[in-house]
Write a protein that binds this ligand. Structure first.
Ligand code: PGA
Length: 251
């Protein structure tokens, strides 16, 4: 059975001291608790090594929010997949809409990042999603299919089996405007059908597809109750334990 996952995306928030304090508080809150999902915190690069000392890797796991599309060398300011992995992190968010929109990340670039992440035993949390104009034009399926096809469909079935997907309608990110439960389910079912057509039902049914975009403690339960929604990628609500924990407990 595919995994349920709740992943926090801290984005560019928290100093090192604030981030380690948050990780400690979350780990303490989840230690010894029965939880029905994997919990991942995706912190800024500079937090990763410290956070790996704090989380137990079982009830709380660590991930990054990005990695470079090159192996190593003269790429000032970049952080490679191997460097991320060397901190003990196990996951990396790739293709977040903010990276696509503000830093020019294309599907072709993301394909390289995915390859390097997998080579370094990092699980990519690969983000896809349409902007408002595309949804209003009824093009959301087309857009999401293109992102998946160009970013991921060069992978073998075996490698694709290591991917986590996160559907994040861009119009719902940080806006307080969540997709309805029905809109989320409709898109997640479409994504899964797209995976069935490419890799077959066995791979598609094992792939966790997370929802992201203004997911919070009030809507998580309903969103996660959909058959094709396997958890959430949580931005704003991952920055405080009392906002994040109820989302974890929604499973
Ligand atoms: P949000 O962000 O929960 O603050 O809308 C989600 C994300 O961008 O991953």
């Amino acid at each position: 059975m595919r995994k349920n996952i709740v992943a926090g995306n801290w984005k560019m928030n928290k100093t090192l001291q604030e981030g380690t304090a948050l990780a400690k508080e979350l780990q303490a809150a989840l230690t010894g608790k029965v939880i029905n999902c994997d919990v991942i915190i995706c912190s800024p690069f500079i937090h990763l090594a410290s956070i790996n000392e704090i989380v137990d890797g079982k009830s709380v796991k660590s991930g990054a929010q990005n990695c470079a599309d090159k192996v190593s060398g003269a790429y000032t300011g970049e952080v490679s997949a191997a460097m991320v992995a060397s901190t003990g992190a196990k996951y990396v968010i790739l293709g977040h809409s903010e990276r696509r929109a503000y830093y020019g990340e294309t599907n072709a670039i993301l394909k390289e990042k995915v390859k390097l992440a997998l080579e370094n035993n990092l699980t990519p949390i690969f983000c896809i999603g349409e902007v408002l104009a595309e949804r209003e034009a009824g093009k959301q399926n087309e857009v999401v299919k293109k992102q998946i096809t160009e970013g991921l469909f060069d992978l073998s079935a075996e490698d694709f089996g290591k991917i986590v997907l996160a559907y994040e309608p861009v119009w719902a990110i940080g806006t307080g405007k969540t997709a309805t439960s029905a809109q989320a389910q409709e898109m997640h079912a479409f994504i899964r059908q797209t995976l069935v057509a490419k890799y077959g039902a066995a791979v598609a049914n094992e792939t966790s597809i997370l929802y992201g975009g203004s997911c919070n403690k009030d809507n998580a339960k309903e969103l996660f109750s959909n058959p094709d929604v396997d958890g959430g990628l949580i931005g704003g609500a991952s920055l405080k334990v009392d906002a994040f924990l109820p989302i974890v407990e929604a499973f």
